[in-house]
Design a protein around this ligand. Structure first.
Ligand SMILES: Nc1ncnc2c1ncn2[C@@H]1O[C@H](COP(=O)(O)OP(=O)(O)OP(=O)(O)O)[C@@H](O)[C@H]1O
Ligand SMILES: O=P(O)(O)OC[C@H]1O[C@H](OP(=O)(O)O)[C@H](O)[C@@H]1O
Length: 209
């Protein structure tokens, strides 16, 4: 068995990619990762062209009013993964998730890439990209429970499983920036926006040296 994830094998010699900044947004289900990403995306102003928001492939039907993603069947997902179409993939919550391999080109072009990822794959991101900014979004369990129930995307059983995972999925992420999203979306969203602005400035600096 290869020591590396399947996704790395396609271009082993070229990793880690030194350009670009990868902002990895993680944290328990319901903490508000997608909400913060959407908040910032709407307020980027002139940075809009420099920051790329990853579109995930998920083995879940697309639902109106939630994250826009590609939907693949399990079989198609596995085929895409085997063909090297994902920069990174993982399984969680009974689903498979993938980030498109085209993100490597965005990184090589020196852009800031923003993606919602599992906490567990942040170390793999560090193997693929030299500059990764992990952002962990948090909220207390009772807040997660309220938000997941009122979002209505999962059944009650699935909500309970996600709440269990909220702690079970916790892995140490050295150097992570933690955003407490237990208060207003505006407050946490502006903190996240500031992180993206800094990442864009950092990416510019790296381009020049
Ligand atoms: N600061 C906030 N105040 C009130 N409601 C919020 C806040 N942030 C997010 N929400 C709501 O909480 C719910 C969960 O948010 P969101 O879907 O962004 O979480 P997530 O971390 O992306 O979850 P998942 O990992 O399950 O996709 C949504 O209905 C969203 O509108
Ligand atoms: O618990 P961990 O492994 O950190 O995250 C698990 C996965 O679940 C959530 O996705 P979604 O809510 O199904 O869109 C996260 O975005 C992540 O991809």
């Amino acid at each position: 068995m290869s020591a590396y994830p399947v996704e790395r094998a396609a271009d082993e010699a070229g990793y880690p990619i030194k350009q670009g900044v990868f902002v990895a947004v993680a944290g328990p289900s319901g903490s508000g990762k997608d909400s913060l990403i959407a908040y910032a995306r709407d307020r980027l102003g002139h940075l809009h062209n420099d920051i790329v928001f990853a579109r995930r492939a998920i083995t879940r039907p697309a639902l109106p009013g939630t994250e826009e993603h590609d939907t693949l069947s399990k079989a198609d997902f596995e085929r895409a993964r085997a063909a090297g179409r994902f920069a990174l993939s993982w399984c969680a919550n009974g689903l498979s998730y993938g980030l498109p391999a085209s993100l490597d080109d965005e990184m090589r072009a020196g852009r800031v890439v923003v993606a919602n990822v599992s906490r567990a794959v942040i170390p793999q991101l560090g193997e693929r990209y030299a500059q990764v900014v992990p952002v962990i979004v948090t909220a207390p369990r009772n807040v997660l429970a309220r938000r997941l129930s009122s979002r209505g995307r999962e059944t009650m059983e699935e909500v309970l499983a996600r709440l269990e995972r909220s702690e079970a999925g916790t892995v140490p992420v050295p150097g992570a920036i933690v955003i407490d999203n237990s208060g207003s979306l505006e407050e946490a969203g502006n903190r996240f926006l500031e992180i993206l602005r800094k990442a864009a400035a950092w990416s510019d600096t790296c381009d020049r040296v």
